[in-house]
Design a protein around this ligand. Structure first.
Ligand code: GLY
Length: 410
């Protein structure tokens, strides 16, 4: 087994092995390295888990329907730091992240869907956020290619989006540039010595020793060997199928700046901003990229670890997306992919020290991994560097799932 921090080559602070190199593991590894820790990330295929299938919405307001108040507030904190986070990443690497702040328009397709939006609005306002209600006509003025049947909407102007694949590529470069050691292998076990987590075992049997173990393995976080049952986070896979639709090779089919197309300065596609629809009670979202690509998502299915793309999943997404934006039928269906979100019993992440000393959890982000990456990275790297957990993490401790059990401190 290598000695602690042995391969780093430079003097470093405490060592940490991060299990999982998705958007969460890479973000916190980067921040921890910036704080002087000696960081190793173990992942056979970094950025190719849930992050790979994510749409990249930075939309705490329009995601509020899935959140309790504390999670909403954490999402807003993340949204407020996202522009600087993305700019810092690009500054460090020269790589784009696809960050755009263009807002979200939530729309209702029929009168019953409008009532659902009314409930969303009441929830959003109970969280202290004021969204702007729009008539159907105002929705189409904002997004001219919406279907005439759209009855009304809610505008959340501060919402943003990133391209998660670009984001993870930039994070990988930034993290390794900051000294993070990447091991392209799966960690299969957490080792525990004298009642403290002190490393991991890789799939080939290699052992890694560290002062800290951070579990950031998404839906797999609950399946590592070696952990006492009470330290295992209650995460489960929640399948999401997602589509990528592209303008044809000749350029945008219907969009482009000018009449009937995107607003000047917007992407050359059908929409300028993220549009989330409620269509006869079913939810769909369409996230435009600068390239004119539209990401359409996502199903939410309890199917264990199944990642098959199904005819029914694709049909539902296209059916609902077409109801909102008929022009999507002209686009190329470039990709259909399924990912597995790490769901928890209360839909909120599990952040901070576990009941096993040495083991820190950064998992269970469910629908909000991309959104919460910057704030998770700050909270967890701050804890590793100082031993103090920011109070914003307090509602998300693993102890909430086992009342009476105290989380271990350093
Ligand atoms: N964040 C949206 C989703 O998980 O589908």
């Amino acid at each position: 087994m290598p000695a602690k921090g042995a391969d780093m080559g430079t003097p470093a602070g405490p060592s940490v092995v991060v299990i999982g190199g998705g958007v969460i593991g890479l973000s916190l590894a980067w921040r921890a390295a910036q704080r002087g820790l000696s960081v190793t990330v173990a992942d056979p295929d970094p950025g190719k888990g849930a992050s790979y299938a994510a749409a990249g919405m930075i939309t705490p307001v329009s995601e509020a329907a899935y959140a309790e108040r504390e999670l909403y507030q954490l999402g807003v904190a993340a949204q407020q730091q996202y522009a600087a986070f993305a700019a810092e990443l690009t500054g460090a690497t020269g790589l784009p992240t696809g960050y755009r702040q263009a807002g979200t328009l939530q729309v209702a397709w029929d009168i019953d869907d409008l009532a659902v939006l009314g409930e969303f609005r009441a929830l959003q306002e109970s969280f202290g956020v004021t969204v702007q209600p729009l008539t159907g006509r105002q929705c189409r003025a904002a997004e001219p290619l919406l279907d005439p049947s759209v009855r009304g909407g809610l505008l959340a102007p501060d919402d943003a989006s990133v391209d998660p694949r670009l984001l993870t590529s930039a994070l990988l470069m930034a993290a390794t540039g900051a000294g993070v050691r990447l091991i392209r292998s799966a960690a299969v076990e957490v080792t525990v010595t004298g009642g403290r987590a002190d490393g991991a075992v890789l799939a080939d049997g290699t052992g890694l020793r560290a002062d800290w173990v951070v579990l950031a393995a998404g839906w797999r976080s609950g399946s590592l060997a070696g952990l006492p049952p009470e330290a295992v986070p209650p995460v489960r896979p929640v399948k999401g199928q997602i589509l990528r639709l592209r303008p044809g090779p000749g350029g945008p089919v219907l969009g482009g700046p000018g009449p009937g197309g995107s607003a000047p300065g917007g992407p050359p596609g059908l929409l300028t901003r993220t549009v989330r629809g409620v269509v006869q009670g079913s939810s769909v979202y369409l996230v435009p990229r600068e390239s004119g690509e539209l990401v359409v998502g996502a199903t939410q299915e309890e199917m264990g670890s199944d990642t098959r793309v199904t005819a029914g999943g694709v049909w539902e997404l296209l059916r609902d997306a077409r109801a909102i934006v008929p022009g999507i039928t002209e686009l190329e269906l470039a990709e259909a992919v399924a990912g597995l979100r790490p769901g928890t019993p209360d839909n909120a992440p599990v952040l901070g020290p576990s009941c096993l000393p040495g083991l820190v959890l950064a998992t269970g982000h469910f629908r909000a991994g991309v959104l919460l990456a910057p704030v998770t990275a700050d909270l967890i790297s701050g804890y590793l560097a100082t031993g103090e957990l920011d109070e914003r993490a307090a509602p998300f401790g693993p102890g909430r799932f086992s009342p009476g059990r105290q989380e271990a401190r350093r």
